[in-house]
Design a protein around this ligand. Structure first.
Ligand SMILES: Cc1cc2nc3c(=O)[nH]c(=O)nc-3n(C[C@H](O)[C@H](O)[C@H](O)COP(=O)(O)OP(=O)(O)OC[C@H]3O[C@@H](n4cnc5c(N)ncnc54)[C@H](O)[C@@H]3O)c2cc1C
Length: 314
């Protein structure tokens, strides 16, 4: 059964197997304006839902990628941007239309076939094909995208890929990426990839010649700003001045407190590296090697910001 095709079962197939593609069941219809009840076909994607509901000032807590399917995400829970306020996607399902294994079309809700209703809420597609979901949507304003991230390169770009598996190779590693054993990248980009940004450029050096190659990584609010930043930051002088500013800022944070212990390895960790980790990963990115969900809650955040009392007091 393929909903949005974002899970392995929906994405793949097998020899002699049959895939039922639900993508034509993509209708999104407001069935009760007052209660904000919305009927959504079992093969719709969250992008189609957002597109249909945004003009009505409504939204449903769903995933972070528009090509993820309503079916697969909802039937297994569904964590979305509004989960803290409105719960999981499946918490907002009021009723469903299900085709069971014997071909019967049944309705399942808290009142009608309640056992089936509770079973599909978390039991995935194991109990039948959900051809329609009735969701309680929520009034929403200010639906907007986040920043646009970009990677760029000073000399002309030769090739790119946003597919980490292509860059590293099927069993490759960062210390021996497969892409470095051949010339050129495929240009692959799009949803469903293990993402990365890899760029190659081509330069020909005369004997003894040195050339500067600038790689830039950044983010901006609009494509216009992205283009402006790329043209600025991939030229030698502005790139050097921006790099200097960044280095000076970090030096300010990382040299505020210096610790000397009998163990040089400990000093290396404490001076600079850990402070950098706390500020860049835990506080700004809400992610880190050892807790990539980030730090939430009073105790975690207190512990993180206490580490910055001297380095970044404001
Ligand atoms: C880039 C990306 C971002 C993601 N972001 C989030 C996120 O923010 N929050 C989150 O909770 N999850 C997220 N996921 C996980 C996602 O919820 C699951 O992969 C989900 O199973 C995808 O549903 P689908 O319909 O697109 O997938 P499919 O592979 O088509 O389906 C997955 C499973 O559900 C079954 N199924 C699908 N539709 C129906 C239906 N109508 N009736 C019965 N069975 C059905 C399929 O048979 C299959 O077993 C993300 C996944 C990816 C790849």
């Amino acid at each position: 059964m393929r909903g949005g095709g974002h899970g392995f079962p929906g994405f793949g197939t097998n020899d002699g197997g049959v895939v039922t593609d639900l993508s034509k069941l993509a209708n999104v219809e407001i069935i009760d304006k007052e209660r904000h009840l919305v009927r959504i076909g079992g093969g719709a994607t969250w992008g189609q839902v957002a597109e249909a509901l945004t003009p009505h000032g409504l939204a449903i807590s769903s995933g972070d990628t528009k090509s993820v399917g309503v079916g697969g995400l909802t039937l297994t829970g569904g964590i979305g941007w509004k989960v803290r306020k409105y719960g999981l996607a499946l918490d907002n399902v009021a009723a469903t239309e299900v085709v069971t294994a014997d071909g019967e079309v049944v309705h399942a809700s808290a009142e009608e076939n309640p056992e089936l209703f509770w079973a599909i809420r978390g039991g995935g597609g194991n109990f039948g094909i959900v051809t329609a979901f009735d969701f309680a949507a929520h009034p929403t304003t200010d639906v907007f995208f986040g920043k646009i991230a970009f990677a760029a390169c000073g000399p002309q770009i030769h090739s790119v890929t946003a597919n980490r598996t292509e860059f590293l190779g099927e069993h490759g590693s960062v210390s021996r990426p497969a892409a470095l054993t051949r010339l050129g990248l495929s240009g692959a980009a799009g949803p469903g990839l293990d993402p990365c940004a890899a760029i190659t450029t081509e330069i020909t050096l005369a004997p003894g010649e040195a050339r500067e190659v600038i790689f830039a990584l950044g983010q901006a609010d609009s494509l216009q700003d992205v283009r402006r930043l790329i043209s600025e930051s991939t030229q030698s002088r502005p790139a050097r001045s921006q790099l200097k500013q960044v280095q000076e800022k970090w030096d300010g944070y990382l040299s505020a407190l210096q610790v000397t212990t009998p163990d040089p390895a400990m000093d290396l960790m404490l001076n600079r590296w850990l402070v950098y980790q706390v500020l860049a990963c835990r506080v700004w990115a809400r992610s880190a090697f050892y807790q990539s969900g980030g730090a939430y809650g009073f105790r975690d955040q207190l512990q993180d910001v206490m580490a910055l009392v001297y380095s970044a007091p404001a």
